[in-house]
Design a protein around this ligand. Structure first.
Ligand code: MG
Length: 352
């Protein structure tokens, strides 16, 4: 399942028309549902109804509509407990929440396909794609753990003679997270800002001292990340934390693709382009420490919790290693693509 976090624009349809036509909705069972507040982040799934009609299923809302149709006493409260509307809480309620998400998704699709089905658009359970803004699937992870130099060619382009003997972990501030429709903003204090296209693994079950063989069962799914890095701070000034943690330096998205859709996270093509030029191209099988080993290693030292994100390292081809270096500049567009996970695209803005 490809889960997204989205916000409704002011012009979002659905809820206001529900208000307007409230009286006519009573026969459909969802007349008593309160409208969804605009501007709140919601959990959804992107769907295409026909080639001209992209939409988003608001999963929590769809479940509430289904429950209302079953004459449930308090459909919204029940939907909130079965299928929390925000990703962080959703992950804490796995696997039951994912099962409820599949139920809600199927309900919405079936309702759309039937002329006599409940009007899920009017109920605000299906909203036009153009009326929402996609956020990072996980707008505020618990923690973001990065792995340094996890691809051999990248390790050597970074001047490392010997590959690391164990995963080298670092922390990146969660306040740096932005979504697929946001800009990477370069602060005035830094100049040498670099891209790092990466596979991100999202923890879905508490992991403490788990063996590598079981580690992937603690992963909820995967998304694309760009581990944007201010090299002047990270390297020249020895300030890795702040060099990795400037506001907007952790684009995530576009969707969290659940683990069942990714048979092998070590068999995915990964590619980064900057303003159309392919600068990184590799496969996740080139990782020195695969996702399972990173989870196992980290979990021997600290508890990994649902909603934590692991950035698994970047292939060779970063801007710093190029001659001359290819730093991100105002107006650039950075696109990271990973097979089965889609494409994460962000524009770059210099704050000068
Ligand atoms: Mg990195």
């Amino acid at each position: 399942m490809q889960l997204v976090t989205f916000e409704r624009h002011n012009e979002a349809q659905g809820d206001r028309s529900l208000e307007r036509e409230r009286s006519g909705a009573s026969a459909l069972g969802f007349d008593s549902l309160e409208p969804v507040n605009l501007g709140t982040r919601r959990l959804g799934v992107l769907i295409q109804i026909d080639p001209e009609d992209d939409a988003v299923v608001d999963l929590n809302r769809a479940l509430a509509v289904k429950l209302a149709g079953n004459d449930a006493g308090a459909p919204e409260a029940e939907a909130d407990s079965l299928l929390p509307p925000d990703m962080q809480t959703f992950l804490r309620h796995l696997p039951a929440s994912l099962e409820a998400a599949h139920t809600a998704h199927a309900f919405a699709l079936e309702a759309l396909s039937r002329y006599d089905g409940p009007d899920v658009r009017r109920a605000g359970a299906v909203v036009p794609r153009r009326s929402v803004r996609l956020c990072a699937p996980l707008p505020r992870p618990g923690k973001i753990i990065g792995v340094a130099r996890n691809y051999a060619l990248h390790a050597s382009e970074q001047g490392q003679r010997k590959p690391p003997q164990e995963p080298v972990l670092f922390l990146k501030a969660t306040s740096a997270v932005i979504g697929p429709e946001d800009e990477i903003q370069i602060p005035e204090a830094t100049h040498d800002v670099d891209y790092e296209g990466e596979l991100a693994a999202v923890i879905g079950a508490t992991a403490r001292e788990v063996p590598a063989a079981e580690a992937l069962t603690h992963v909820a799914g995967y998304c694309i990340a760009n581990d944007v890095s201010a090299r002047d701070f990270q390297n020249v000034r020895g300030q890795r934390f702040i060099g990795k943690s400037c506001d907007t330096f952790a684009p995530l998205g576009p969707a969290l693709v659940t683990r069942d859709e990714i048979q092998d996270p070590q068999d995915l093509a990964i590619r980064t382009t900057v303003s159309g030029e392919v600068l990184q191209s590799g496969r996740t099988k080139e990782m020195l420490f695969p996702v399972a080993e990173i989870v196992a290693f980290a979990s021997r030292l600290m508890t990994l919790e649902p909603g934590d994100v692991l950035l698994t390292g970047t292939p060779a081809g970063v801007g710093q290693a190029r001659k001359p270096p290819r730093w991100l500049r105002d107006g650039d567009v950075v696109e990271v693509e990973i097979e089965k996970l889609g494409r994460l695209r962000n524009y770059v803005r210099e704050r000068r």
